[in-house]
Design a protein around this ligand. Structure first.
Ligand SMILES: Cc1cc2nc3c(=O)[nH]c(=O)nc-3n(C[C@H](O)[C@H](O)[C@H](O)COP(=O)(O)OP(=O)(O)OC[C@H]3O[C@@H](n4cnc5c(N)ncnc54)[C@H](O)[C@@H]3O)c2cc1C
Length: 394
């Protein structure tokens, strides 16, 4: 098949790789002239790591990333442990991989270089239409491209052609990349957070090295209501740092590296799910089909899972049937994680007093009971239920 992919991001590169292996002719259109993976670090959960293995991208990702064996969250006012997830014994095979977006992008790009995939930069998609049963694409430079047997929309949160309607979430976060510091009591193999109710949250995620470097890095993030961003920009950095250090003094050497407001980038979050993510010869995957706050750290994993499931269905069925089979195969997992993320986010990011109270006094103690602890770990790993129902196609 002749397939066009919109967006050279996580879902785009992954699906291109899988489909090129099956002898499809693949063209990726990307709006930017050069690779520009936005943001800082993220966690690839075990479920996503399995897909990176299938893509032959896991070795490069592991070389650059930082395996994390635990996640720890502490409510600072009452010194209560409210999040304590262990993937498995340190040094073992079970972990979430903290990685800088640029390193993940690099690993996926290297894996794609083994196949004949055309990447066309500087092409910002503006629309798509059907003519004579084929799909065509239009771009801002006025060009039309096509015909294609199938167009896969992987253009992410700002997709122009996805009908997804989202609800903007009140809280987002500031994200920045800093060097990991020597002699810190913080652990390089742990994602750690401090909370004050659900209003404030500071976290540090070890993410390994940048593609062309050997210096260990970490992502620093600070929860912030989206409408307070301008106020934050107009507040002296020292005022903000004082607030952060009041919650977590040990973070100082990391915080010291933030010298100007521009060192932190504001990410806004939204939530929504496309229940029928396809139409004639067009399918939306990744953030173009479902969006959630990164509270459960699943977005990139979902994008990888979508890419795998779609490619498997296209391998086994004609296009129309394949798109239906794809949606069916991912439906339960997607809906479960979308609803969990919807339910959990306000407990960690909101102005509510009741929800963090319940979180600290009810959910946190319950989550230490072994069967519940196991469920929570599976939830984080992305394996609470089967990520797809393609058992006969593995
Ligand atoms: C702050 C933050 C932290 C996160 N942390 C985690 C985490 O820990 N774990 C996790 O799994 N997920 C995390 N996520 C979510 C994850 O980053 C996304 O779910 C994931 O990147 C989605 O991949 P994608 O390929 O669908 O979209 P993207 O990676 O956004 O790629 C979209 C691509 O399409 C291109 N594009 C867009 N519009 C057009 C157009 N009109 N024409 C041509 N090209 C276009 C873009 O330039 C981009 O290259 C986080 C997200 C944020 C914002």
């Amino acid at each position: 098949m002749k397939i066009a992919i919109i967006g050279c991001g996580i879902a785009g590169l992954a699906v291109a790789n899988f489909l090129a292996r099956d002898d499809n002719t693949i063209t990726i259109f990307e709006q930017f002239d050069k690779q520009r993976p936005v943001g800082s670090g993220l966690v690839i959960q075990p479920v996503g790591l399995r897909i990176l293995e299938k893509l032959s991208a896991s070795l490069d990702a592991l070389e650059k990333g930082a395996p994390g064996y635990t996640m720890l969250g502490i409510e600072t006012d009452h010194k209560r442990k409210i999040l304590d997830v262990s993937y498995g014994p340190e040094g073992g095979a079970n972990f979430g991989l903290g990685i800088h977006r640029a390193s993940l992008f690099d690993a996926l790009l290297k894996a794609c270089a083994r196949y004949k995939i055309r990447i066309v930069p500087s092409h910002h998609l503006t629309g798509s239409h059907i003519k004579n049963n084929d799909r065509y694409l239009t771009f801002t430079n006025g060009k039309t491209k096509g015909p294609y047997d199938l167009v896969i929309d992987t253009s992410g949160a700002n997709s122009i052609i996805s009908p997804l309607k989202v609800r903007t979430l009140p809280f987002g976060a500031l994200w920045g990349t800093v060097d990991w510091v020597a002699n810190t009591p913080l652990k390089y193999n742990r994602l750690e957070q401090r909370y004050r109710q659900a209003r404030n949250m500071i976290g540090i995620l070890p993410i390994g090295c940048l593609p062309d470097g050997n210096t260990r890095k970490a992502t620093l993030f600070w929860s912030l209501p989206a409408h307070d961003y301008d106020k934050w920009l107009n507040t002296p950095l020292e005022t903000w740092k004082k607030q952060v250090l009041g919650m977590w003094p040990e973070i100082q050497p990391f915080l010291d590296q933030i010298e100007k407001h521009d060192d932190m980038t504001m990410a806004r979050y939204s939530h929504g799910t496309l229940y029928k993510p396809y139409s004639e010869r067009l399918v939306h995957i990744g953030d173009a089909a479902h969006r959630a706050s990164p509270q459960l750290g699943q977005g990139a994993n979902m994008a990888l899972l979508d890419a795998y499931a779609l490619s498997q269905c296209l391998k086994h069925y004609p296009i129309d049937q394949a798109l239906k089979a794809y949606v069916k195969s991912r439906k339960q997992h997607t809906l479960l994680y979308q609803s969990m993320s919807w339910a959990f986010t306000p407990m960690y990011q909101s102005n509510s007093r009741v929800l963090p109270f319940l979180r600290d006094r009810v959910f946190a103690p319950i989550s230490t009971i072994p069967p519940v602890q196991k469920l929570l770990t599976s939830l984080v790993k992305g394996t609470l239920i089967a990520p797809h129902t393609l058992t006969n196609m593995r």
